[in-house]
Design a protein around this ligand. Structure first.
Ligand code: NAD
Length: 269
């Protein structure tokens, strides 16, 4: 069997004819993901609570000849999600890619956090992705399948100091695997990306940035496009047999940063 490089390259980078929804797409990592998917040829619906930023991104991308629309969506609203599905049906008649990227953080520890504060984080980060998955899957199935990508976190692999956020990111990994099982036969793949530290408005100025970088084996924060490139891969036909997986993008943090520190402190490394 000979390798057809042009075919492989197209499978990895050409999303023309496909439609995507990116939640939390108005800024930060979601905006970079939106721009990359649109540049690869997808029509992208940017969904966010941030109207000004979302409209500005739509204007910038469409001025560059790309296909993008903004919809004000709070991912905790089932009616809002139904509106998003109606919009893509009217716009392109199909949905191929859903990136559940919207997320919030509350850094209070358990003893200081109210039940309402806990619920708010779980609602946006986990329930938002659940509703999106529930409403997107039937539409994806109509055209033979699609790809759902949940933006979890490397805190979805360990105990952390923000309990609601960490629990929501573990929940996303569970949702990813169960949804992958439920929708596999309809051609819908579901995967999770678990980034480490990426400096965005979510964490800019936080005291933990320096220590986190110090603990990261690669000794730096990640860049939003290093996550977006994996989103593109998982959205593309090039990842056609990958489902139910977690992909950690964290410069080696999850791989063993604690043992690495021990090795450093004892002179082994
Ligand atoms: N920055 C990091 O270090 C890091 C690490 C791991 C995972 N993540 C995850 O990456 C994703 C993107 O975060 P980011 O770093 O770009 O931060 P960000 O704060 O810049 O982006 C989050 C986006 O989600 C939107 N959003 C918040 N609540 C919403 C709601 N109810 N409905 C719709 N949109 C809503 C915000 O308006 C914002 O545009 C999040 O899920 C976050 O948890 C971030």
């Amino acid at each position: 069997m000979s390798v057809d490089f042009q075919k492989a390259k197209a499978a990895l980078t050409d999303l023309s004819g496909k439609t995507a929804i990116v939640t939390g797409g108005a800024r930060g990592q979601g905006a970079v993901e939106t721009e990359l998917l649109a540049t690869a040829g997808a029509s992208v619906l940017i969904c966010d609570v941030l109207e000004e930023e979302g409209q500005a991104l739509e204007a910038r991308l469409t001025a560059d000849g790309l296909q993008a629309k903004f919809l004000k969506l709070d991912v905790t609203s089932e009616a809002g999600w139904a509106e998003a599905m109606d919009l893509v049906k009217d716009w392109t008649g199909r949905l191929d890619i859903l990136v559940n990227n919207a997320g919030i953080i509350n850094r209070k520890i358990i003893r200081d956090m109210s039940v309402d504060e806990w619920r708010k984080v779980l609602d946006v980060n986990a329930t938002g992705a659940f509703i999106g998955t529930k409403l997107a899957a039937p539409l994806m199935a109509e055209t033979g399948g699609g790809s759902i990508i949940n933006i979890s976190s490397n805190s979805g692999f360990s105990g952390h100091y923000d309990p609601a956020y960490t629990s929501s990111k573990w929940a996303l990994r569970g949702l990813t695997r169960t949804a992958a099982m439920e929708f596999a036969e309809e051609g819908i793949r579901v995967n999770a990306i678990c980034p480490g530290l990426i400096v965005t408005d979510l964490n800019r100025g936080s005291a933990h940035l320096g220590p986190m970088i110090g603990m990261t084996p690669m000794q730096r924060a990640g860049e939003a496009d290093e996550v977006a490139q994996l989103v593109l891969f998982l959205a593309s036909d090039g990842s056609g047999f990958i489902t139910g997986e977690d992909f950690v993008v964290d410069g080696g943090f999850t791989a063993g940063s604690g043992y690495r520190r021990v090795a450093k402190e004892t002179g082994i490394l």
